[in-house]
Design a protein around this ligand. Structure first.
Ligand code: 6R9
Length: 649
């Protein structure tokens, strides 16, 4: 970015008080902010006591060798014991841990006692197959309950899991298996997506023609489709687990023992193996899940719609909720199978009280129409969460009105694969929320916004989001590449973690995320955030979704090019395009008016729903489209290019 920090264009005046009943009984209070501000490490030491330690830690943070942190280093614990066994020992064995809902309509409810048996059997099976503490296990699965069992079985024996998203190609899996040097792969014959079985195992077979060192492939039977089989290497999960004991004594592992590697989905560049360890990670995922979602494990039914191949699935399906003894829903499939009300049918069926989903999903539901959620009883909901991208104010308001019945607080949670757990978010019983803002760092977390020279910007200004103190669930390094860890995160601003995101502080000091700084546009000397222009466009009643990029321009440096998807029933016309340009001008000022607006049917997104602006920039600048390996649906780019040639502006 140039020396000028991000222009601060958007004005949003709406405010929502926390519901009185929620505030009166909330898990997190204003006092938590005060306590943590007075004694940050003491606050985290107290949160670590949420967990059951085999050896209680006496040290909280060792930051003697920055940026390599150690948290609770002399403590020992077993992560799987904390997520499963201790609840059974506390008399909660009959509580449902997981309501699994398959896409074809099959369902299964698994209690904590059953989960303990299944995790123990899986752990024993891994041991029989020669997996030991410190080995890496690659996991390539659909969204089925066994994915959770597999991850916990690894954690239990101290094997480090590397979950690879089930939608990734065999090449992507191969490079990740290779980088982590995984010894065993856990996969399934297939999973159900969009109404039909979709194979998984063949991608592993192909990947293993390219990499060495994998002794066994453990295969879960889900779809019962025909799959290739390699005798001696491949093992059926149901056969090997069935003969194992349901007893397995969990060993205590060091707090800094590697729990998992997760490769960042990467809207840019080569994937990085983000390494997370045990005690600090579990402390912060457990605490944040309790505080941010106000989880009452006795009565709540929690549902996070993320995939376990994404960090949100790790932290807020597996480790956070299960360490807290939550009852949760796991859904295998897509939101429009067999109909566009599937999510709301599931909320109604299980009486979901806390829903955690992504802005991309919310905007899709807006596009499908208000009448769809209106057909279902969503009155059980009491807290709504959002993650993955900035949520634009109109989508926030829609979520609150049409899903939350106008009464549920929304927690817009900012965090990253690298941060391991939520860092910036409203607290549902404390914060007066502002649509579109993640607002304030959580208790115990230190975040701010700085300019190019690393000076904190005053309220009302924009710049770079940085984290100024280490936190328990922080990444420990990039797997096998300490130097890249230092260079990527700790070099831009001395001694501070640079998140790669632009942000602004409003007049109250609340934080608004403005997207990746790589995406920021420089127009006639002004840095303008793509997020703000996108929000303005989605604020127009004809627009369902938009993506904005800066394209090289001889006069202005960069020119704003917007891709928009219209809402159902709206037709494209030159007048509408002109009206949209004028609307942005009115909302943000003339500087932010897009030079071009292209109406498209789809936008390129990663499998976790993030818009790949890099690819749109290629189109806007008339280049051949670059690397599309992390794209959810590769046919989308052809559609956009076609509509591009046919566009009228
Ligand atoms: C959890 C997750 C991280 C990037 C992050 C930022 C964007 C996530 C956000 C958000 C605005 C939010 N992001 N949550 N931006 N508001 N509430 O998404 O991890 O896949 O590693 O992505 O996602 O740009 O830097 P990950």
């Amino acid at each position: 970015m140039s020396s000028e920090t991000l222009a601060n264009l958007l004005r949003e005046e709406r405010r929502f008080e926390p519901p009185a009943v929620l505030a009166a009984n909330a898990n997190a209070t204003t006092a938590d902010h005060e306590r943590a501000a007075a004694d940050r490490l003491g606050f985290w030491a107290e949160q670590a006591r949420r967990l059951s330690w085999a050896v209680e830690p006496t040290e909280t943070l060792d930051w003697s060798n920055p940026p390599f942190a150690k948290w609770f280093a002399d403590g020992k614990l077993n992560v799987a014991y904390n997520c499963v066994d201790r609840h059974v020992e506390n008399g909660l064995g009959d509580r449902v841990a997981i309501h699994f809902e398959g896409e074809p309509g099959d369902s299964r409810s698994i209690t904590y006692a059953q989960l303990k048996d299944e995790v123990s059997q899986a752990a024993n099976a891994l041991l029989e197959l020669g997996v030991r503490k410190g080995d890496r296990v690659a996991v390539y699965l659909p969204m089925i309950a066994e994915a959770v069992v597999a991850m916990l079985a690894c954690a239990r024996i101290g094997a480090t899991h590397s979950v690879v998203f089930g939608g990734f190609s065999s090449d992507a899996v191969a490079s990740r298996i290779q980088d982590a040097q995984a010894k065993l792969v856990i996969t399934a014959d297939g999973g159900y997506r969009r109404g039909k079985p979709s194979a998984l195992k063949p991608a592993i077979d192909e990947a293993l023609t390219k990499v060495e060192g994998v002794d066994h492939v453990l295969v879960i039977r889900r779809t019962e489709q025909e799959i290739p089989w390699t005798e001696g290497r491949d093992v059926w999960w149901h056969e090997i687990t069935a003969r194992q004991s349901t007893e397995h004594t969990p060993e205590a592992h060091e707090a800094e023992h590697p729990l998992f590697i997760l490769y960042t989905s990467g809207t840019t560049g080569k994937p990085k193996g983000i390494l997370h360890t045990s005690g600090g990670y579990l402390t912060q995922t457990s605490y944040t899940h309790h505080a941010v979602f106000d989880l009452k494990p006795e009565t709540d039914v929690y549902w996070c719609t993320a995939d376990i191949g994404w960090v949100t699935g790790h932290s807020y399906i597996v480790y956070g909720p299960l360490s807290n003894g939550a009852t949760q829903v796991i859904y295998e499939g897509t939101p429009d199978t067999p109909h566009q009300g599937r999510f709301w049918e599931i909320v109604q069926k299980y009486g979901v009280t806390i829903l955690y989903t992504a802005p991309t999903a919310i905007r899709t539901f807006m596009k499908w129409g208000d009448d769809i959620p209106a057909k279902f009883d969503l009155s059980s909901l009491r807290v709504l969460g959002s993650v993955g991208e900035p949520i634009n104010p109109e989508a926030w308001i829609w979520y609150r009105e049409h899903i939350g019945g106008g009464k549920c607080p929304i927690v817009d949670t900012w965090w990253q694969t690298e941060t391991g757990a939520v860092m910036i978010s409203p607290l549902p019983g404390v914060t007066e929320t502002k649509p579109g803002s993640a607002q304030r760092a959580l208790p115990g977390i230190a975040a701010t916004v700085v300019d190019d020279e690393a000076n904190e910007v005053p309220n009302g200004s924009g710049g770079y989001l940085v984290l100024t103190e280490p936190w328990p669930s922080m990444l420990r390094t990039i797997w096998g590449d300490d130097q890249r860890y230092i260079d990527t995160y700790w070099s831009r601003f001395q001694g501070r973690y640079f998140a790669g995101d632009g942000a602004k502080k409003d007049e109250d000091g609340d934080i608004w995320l403005l997207g990746r700084v790589d995406d920021v546009m420089l127009v006639s000397g002004h840095n303008i955030s793509t997020t703000e222009v996108e929000s303005a466009l989605v604020g127009h009643p004809s627009v369902a979704e938009s993506a904005v990029v800066g394209a090289a321009d001889v006069t202005t440096g960069q020119a704003i090019v917007a891709f928009v998807i219209l809402r159902g029933g709206v037709t494209e016309s030159p007048e509408l395009v002109e009206e949209l340009r004028a609307h942005v001008g009115r909302t943000l000022g003339p500087i932010a008016k897009p030079k071009q607006i292209k109406v498209v049917g789809e936008l390129p997104k990663t499998r976790s729903g993030k818009i790949m602006r890099r690819l749109l920039r290629d189109i806007a600048e008339g280049r051949e489209v670059g690397d599309t390996t992390t794209l959810a649906d590769s046919s989308v780019m052809n559609l956009i290019q076609l509509s591009n040639t046919g566009s009228r502006d």
